[in-house]
Design a binder for this molecule. Structure first.
Ligand code: GAL
Length: 793
């Protein structure tokens, strides 16, 4: 049976221009000279990097600054500011009189003004919001339609790289007069009755005398339950369906069912069909016990993520998102916070499929500003609408276990702030009574005194480890969430001496040390969070700032050009793991063993100098050998947070050769070993693909890690050779990234320097089927070659 509604994704044939053309909305406007682009598109990611794009003189109050200073790179030093126009000419053959149509934007950066066939049909404010416009009256049937979208990004509108343009999907949905309403169906699984799960479906609809039939299919596409007919209550069709012996959704078992929901007219003709994936899972937040999933107390081992995808900018790409989640899964991460805005639909689909719990956030500002042109300009007019769309569009995702109405909003102060917190939380509750709401609070003392923290479903603390205990006692909820933790800073493969804990430390090369002991004045190193997570049952988990580096916010170098991306990531901007990745992995990944040594062992000129060796490992104790000489056994102990979670040999003196670690199990028996060798001169380029086969869909991306080895095959950790990329066959070269927060090399050119011996090349399917050849060359090095392939989808 064919579905009676159609979705047309407007992907190709877009024209784009950054020139200001005030009549570009008119039907007759000639856009043939504009750049041809496909959507999702980010107009700013192609650079060039320039400090002038986003230079500002400001005091960042959230960072405790009082005096304004010159800041650069705060929003990525990429040209996102200004106006951009998009035009698309399309036809919708299925559209006839009596049908309905909506135009759906999954995000448009920002302040979209939308024109169809020469007439303004709608607008929105927030660049992260999903919204739709009813175009039934303005869509032409049978002939061409001209869609024009104007986007404007003001300066000082963001604290990170927001990107620019139609960076998420745009589509048209055509429906019969009798049809389901856009984002109008809500599937919940309120309870188990014996061995049966209760599946509750409420669907908003258009038309009269309709009936609804639902089939629930399991993951093998087998029908496991059917319900014919529905009650009508509150203008919605309502069904309660029982699924026997359900497979429950969890991060470990992300089992998805599909509801095939059909709408029939009185004469029995099929009018509409929805296929909605959902999960059966049960969440509970209880005082002193914390959070449980399917009856099992579970802690959030989460990361915060900004929406950019490094070298791809913000243009959403499912392969890039899937790779991020694959890396996070290996780390043992079980949750994501979409800081500080609405997640992409693609990311939620993947979180459902791959098993990540999700904290979906909405705003970084309410009515009081953090930046001059931030969300506060839209708050009064849009906040409710933005939340309504967030909830309605995403509420069927089992991954979402909590909403957030704000992050460190300055409205934590003042009586109106309290009113706003309550108002927003009530909107969430009205739209979705099944999930609680949090706010990431940094003004913890203030929110304890004012009642702000008490009124939230979930009190979220950003940093402030020293206040957890006090907040737990002061707040009535009986638990605390580490809504944002750590903000440790490090650069992949860079180590600084002497090795000491420091705050806001700066070095001449504008990098941070990977001994993982550096943080900001307001933040801390990972071990301090671990202590609270492990010792306090009422701490329900943490969301580390951040899983990956992101464009913009180059703390602690926001006054030092050319830093232009963050140092907070557990993995770098290219997705390559920093040492910290293994610290989290040693704790979070309870399935696989971790045994990781740092630093690298190429310290020419440091011979005889103290060069501490740290080991991040699952095991409790290990022995270190330098060129065969034992440096003694270290055992994790409770003397300091670091001694509890890391093995550290602080007195090792550098001599070239081999450092080797032997780890012991709880019986003191040798369980695993690992070593790091001093490398000789760079000799040969080595390529390694994250996947050997990609889909020939024009979207899929393989990530090729490029490194250099010496004659003996030992990885060269200091190599910084300039690489040149050539891709042929069934994919094209798309971008490269080396994770260096100070690099001004643009991502899409086919050359880039290695950073700490590595970079990543992205090759993108060009719809052809067959082999893909990747060649990476550099002066005086043996060329690296790799063949992967693209297969039919
Ligand atoms: C937090 C803020 C984040 C980021 C982080 C850096 O206070 O919520 O957006 O700025 O600090 O440490």
């Amino acid at each position: 049976m064919m579905s009676q509604s159609t979705t047309v994704v407007l992907k190709d044939n877009w024209r784009f221009s950054k020139e200001v053309k005030e009549d570009a909305f008119s039907v007759d406007f000639d856009a043939s000279g504009w750049e041809k682009v496909s959507v999702p598109h980010d107009w700013a990611i192609y650079g060039p990097f320039d400090k002038e794009w986003d230079k500002q003189v400001a005091a960042i109050e959230q960072n405790g600054e009082k005096i304004p200073t010159e800041k650069t790179g705060r929003t990525g030093a990429l040209p996102h500011i200004g106006t951009g126009w998009y035009r698309n000419t399309f036809s919708v053959p299925e559209f006839k009189k009596g049908k309905k149509a909506v135009l759906v934007f999954e995000g448009a950066m920002s302040e979209p003004q939308v024109f169809l066939n020469g007439k303004k049909i709608g607008e929105w404010g927030y660049g992260y919001s999903y919204f739709y416009i009813d175009i039934t009256e303005s869509l032409k049937s049978g002939s061409e339609n001209v869609l024009a979208v104007k986007l404007t990004n003001l300066p000082f509108s963001s604290r990170w790289y927001p990107g620019a343009g139609l960076y998420r999907k745009v589509s048209i949905v055509v429906r019969e007069q009798e049809s389901f309403a856009q984002w109008g169906t809500f599937i919940t699984t309120p309870e188990m009755r014996g061995n049966n799960a209760v599946v509750d479906i409420k669907a908003e609809f258009h038309g009269r005398n309709v009936s609804m039939v639902t089939h629930i299919k399991d993951a093998d596409n087998k029908i496991v339950a059917t319900q014919k007919g529905a009650e009508t209550a509150d203008g919605k069709l309502h069904q309660i369906i029982s699924v026997a012996q359900p497979h429950l959704w969890s991060p470990e078992t992300p089992y998805l069912y599909k509801a095939v929901i059909r709408l029939f007219a009185a004469d029995g003709t099929l009018k509409d069909e929805q296929n909605i994936k959902f999960g059966i899972r049960f969440i509970k937040y209880e005082p002193h016990k914390g959070f449980s999933l399917n009856g099992k107390v579970t802690k959030f081992k989460g990361v915060c993520l900004h929406h950019d995808l490094g070298p791809l900018g913000v243009a959403v790409n499912k392969a890039a998102l899937r790779r991020q989640l694959t890396i996070l899964k290996d780390m043992g991460c079980n949750a994501i916070r979409s800081s500080h805005n609405m997640p992409s639909f693609e990311q939620l689909e993947l979180a459902d499929e791959m098993g990540f719990m999700f904290l979906a956030e909405s705003f970084d500002e309410w009515a009081k500003p953090k930046v001059k042109n931030g969300y506060h300009r839209f708050f009064e007019q849009y906040a409710e609408k933005d939340i309504v769309n967030l909830v309605r569009a995403t509420r069927n995702h089992p991954c979402i276990v909590m909403w957030s109405s704000g992050n460190e909003v300055p409205d934590q102060y003042g009586a109106e702030g309290l009113t706003r917190a309550k108002f927003l939380q009530d909107v969430f509750h009205r739209e979705d009574p099944t999930r609680p709401v949090t706010v990431g609070m940094d003004q913890v003392k203030q929110t304890m005194a004012s009642g702000f923290g008490s009124l939230l479903d979930i009190p979220g603390l950003n940093y402030r480890v020293h206040l957890y205990e006090e907040a737990y006692k002061a707040f009535p909820q009986g638990f605390i969430l580490g809504s944002e933790t750590a903000s440790t800073v490090s650069s992949r493969g860079i180590y600084k001496f002497p090795v000491v804990q420091q705050k806001e430390k700066q070095y001449d090369d504008l990098q941070c040390s990977s001994y993982d002991l550096e943080a900001c004045s307001w933040s801390n190193v990972p071990d301090e969070d671990f202590v609270l997570q492990d010792d306090k049952p009422w701490v329900i988990g943490e969301f580390v700032w951040t899983g990956f580096d992101y464009l913009g916010e180059p703390t602690p170098y926001d006054e030092k050009w050319p830093s232009r991306s963050s140092y907070f990531g557990i993995s770098d901007l290219a997705g390559l793991p920093k040492d910290r990745f293994y610290l989290y992995r040693s704790r979070w990944n309870t399935k696989d063993k971790t045994l990781h040594i740092l630093p690298h062992w190429n310290w020419k000129g440091r011979e005889g100098e103290i060069t501490p060796v740290f080991v991040y490992t699952t095991y409790d104790s290990a022995e270190l050998f330098v060129n065969g000489k034992s440096m003694g056994v270290q055992k994790k102990n409770n003397s300091t947070p670091q001694n509890r979670y890391r093995l550290m040999w602080n007195d090792v003196k550098y001599e070239p050769g081999v450092i080797k670690v032997i780890a012991f199990d709880s019986y003191g028996k040798k369980a695993a070993e690992s070593e790091v060798k001093t490398a000789e001169e760079p000799y040969k380029i080595v390529l390694e693909a994250d996947r050997r086969t990609i889909d020939a869909d024009g979207e899929d991306i393989a990530y090729i890690t490029v490194s250099v080895v010496d004659k003996n095959g030992v990885t060269c950790p200091l190599a910084d050779n300039e690489m040149k990329f050539k891709v042929s066959g069934a994919a094209d070269y798309r971008a490269a990234c080396n994770g260096d927060a100070t690099s001004l090399q643009v991502f899409h050119k086919d050359t880039m320097k290695l950073f700490s011996g590595k970079l990543v090349v992205l090759v993108k399917s060009n719809k052809k089927i067959g082999p893909i050849n990747i060649e990476v060359s550099a002066h005086n090095l043996r060329t690296g070659n790799l063949r992967i392939s693209a297969k039919q989808i």
